[in-house]
Design a protein around this ligand. Sequence first.
Ligand SMILES: [Zn+2]
Length: 52
Amino acid sequence: MKVRNEEKFKGRGMRMCRICGTSRGLIRSHKLYICRRCFREAAKSLNFKKYG
Ligand SMILES: [Zn+2]
């Protein structure tokens, strides 16, 4: 039983970094939708602990 929530976001430009627009190394955890590179910067503002 797979729940494909991703289907909702197809074609809506949500599967890419909302900061720099890249789709590489995208982090979808916490509904951030940002790449690992931007995550480091965002983590400072969002006060996240080190990811993985
Ligand atoms: Zn980015």
